[in-house]
Design a binder for this molecule. Structure first.
Ligand code: NAD
Length: 478
């Protein structure tokens, strides 16, 4: 098919019209109408990649000051649409909580590092002056998840463009409408600040096949993959450089020295955040036996509903599709991923208050709820004989992902042992897991945490190549 502006628009209109009913229910202003104009939305990966290549070349001809203005405009565009983006994501994917998604979008807009992250390094000695600078890769291919659709695109776009790249996104098919809208919104902001068109591109119908085309396309210089184990394995087969942000199963250890009042508050807030669909959210609580009952009382007083043995059996039967265990990551039942605790409770015939944040399930260490990344507010708690046993179980049920771990303790030796043993990209001590990604904790934010390939919390500098330029024997001026 010949690619013309008219037929691209028509195709995008068709796709987005089919989503409109879903996204626009409840009288929300059309989030799809802007995307339907086709700003960055293409019929296939080839045309998207070629447009992104041209945009990258145009970006290289712009000043750094223009790039700074573009990033500022992108941040403002998101901040002006927080509720709209959150609402559209919940409606389209059927997952998560509006207010939490709006908070995630705000943090992505405000705290994703920009151009200031690209710091040149100099060496000066008797042999002259050497400058090391950070150069763009060119065109980045980015795969984004259904669980954080808008915030991953916002964070990736700010970081990757700040680094001088253009991007072709292949979003999760179940978030294609809101992803196209986010890309369109950001592209408009870029152009309004003097940047080129199509710096951010996507396809109207993202699929596994279009992701595969991205992995192999000659115009793509770097792959960045944010998702579960399947997509990480698929991307790693590509001959291109891959930055992979894969799954986690973050354990949360609580020992007998912890501030239990704070731990109870932090754990309910963390495990309930966006209905536990975030990869860093605490997924299992491993409590030292001597304080387990007191901790459970704190969890209940903060909005956890504790299930009986029979209710745990019923909920496990519903929410686990493939039971995880030692050496096997398992998989949740997608129907319940990201659903409210009250919705999951109702599915087993249990009425709980609508504001119930988590369903708390005391189980044995071998239970599948402990070993499977559920991505929903069904949270297992295991009693451990002492803190070392809890840390050892934490290490095992994290499956070696080296993603995220949390600990509540005031014992410096135990905190230090867990930090070393877990060897994770993110270790949060005495807070909610989300405090570690810029919500109420020091540091920048990231929605692409690259544990398998080791970059950790990605930032603008992550998406650059290092280049050295040496002047021999001159310009040491002291
Ligand atoms: P998912 O793996 O189902 O999908 C992620 C993306 O990969 C989507 O765009 C999907 O279309 C694509 N994809 C899936 N299988 C593929 C394949 N074989 N080939 C090519 N593309 C493929 O994940 P999801 O349900 O959208 O997100 C949840 C998962 O992502 C969880 O495991 C979570 O821990 C992980 N995640 C990790 C991070 C991180 O920063 N490390 C961030 C968000 C989500």
């Amino acid at each position: 098919m010949e690619i013309t502006e008219a037929n691209v628009r028509e195709l995008v209109q068709q796709v987005l019209a089919s989503l409109d009913g879903k996204i626009l229910k409840g009288g929300t202003p059309s989030v799809t109408s802007a995307a339907a104009a086709g700003h960055g939305v293409f019929p296939d990966i080839d045309s998207a990649a070629r447009a992104a290549r041209s945009a990258h070349e145009q970006l290289m001809a712009r000043t750094l000051e223009t790039r700074r203005r573009m990033i500022a405009a992108m941040r403002q565009a998101v901040l002006g649409n927080l509720d709209r983006l959150a609402d559209a994501a919940v409606r389209e994917t059927g997952m998560g909580r509006r207010e939490d998604k709006a908070a995630k979008n705000r943090v992505a807009a405000e705290m994703s590092p920009g151009v200031e992250d690209l710091r040149p390094v100099t060496f000066s000695d008797d042999h002259g002056l050497t400058l090391v600078e950070r150069a763009p890769y060119g065109v980045v291919g980015s795969i984004t998840p259904s669980t954080n659709p808008t915030e991953t695109i916002i964070g990736n776009a700010i970081n990757m463009i700040a680094a001088g790249n253009s991007v072709v996104f292949n979003p999760h098919p179940s978030a294609k409408g809101v992803s196209a809208f986010t890309i369109d919104l950001l592209n408009r902001a870029i152009v309004s600040a003097g940047g080129p068109e199509n710096l951010l591109c996507t396809v109207a119908e993202p699929t596994i096949q279009s992701a595969q085309s991205l992995f192999e396309h000659e115009q793509i210089d770097l792959l960045v993959v944010t998702g579960g184990p399947g997509v990480v394995r698929a991307a790693m087969k590509s001959t291109k450089k891959v930055i992979a942000a894969g799954p986690g199963n973050p354990p949360c250890v609580v020992d007998e020295t912890a501030d239990l009042v704070k731990a109870g508050r932090d754990i309910v807030s963390g495990t309930g955040f966006d209905n536990n669909i975030i990869c860093i959210d605490e997924k299992e609580i491993l409590a030292v036996d001597s304080i387990a009952d007191a901790l459970k009382a704190e969890l209940r007083s903060n909005g956890a509903c504790e299930l009986s043995r029979a209710q745990i059996d019923a909920v496990t039967g519903l929410v686990i599709a493939d039971a995880g265990g030692p050496g096997h990551e398992g998989a949740p039942n997608k129907e319940f991923v990201g659903k409210d605790a009250a919705v999951i409770a109702r599915a087993i015939g249990l009425d709980v208050p609508a504001d119930t944040r988590i369903l708390l399930c005391e189980v044995d260490a071998e239970h599948p709820l402990v070993w499977t990344e559920q991505l929903m507010p069904v949270i297992p708690l295991v009693r451990c004989s002492d803190v070392d046993a809890a840390i050892d179980l934490a290490k095992a049920c994290e499956h070696g992902f080296r993603h995220t771990a949390v600990m509540h303790s005031r014992n410096i030796e135990a905190l230090s042992r867990m930090a070393k043993v877990m060897n994770c990209s993110l270790f949060v001590k005495n807070g909610s897991a989300y405090n570690g990604v810029g919500f109420g904790g020091a540091g920048f934010t990231s929605w692409t945490i690259a544990s398998p390939t080791g970059e950790g919390l990605t930032r603008a500098a992550t998406f650059t190549r290092e280049r050295r330029c040496a002047l021999i024997d001159y310009f040491r001026i002291v």
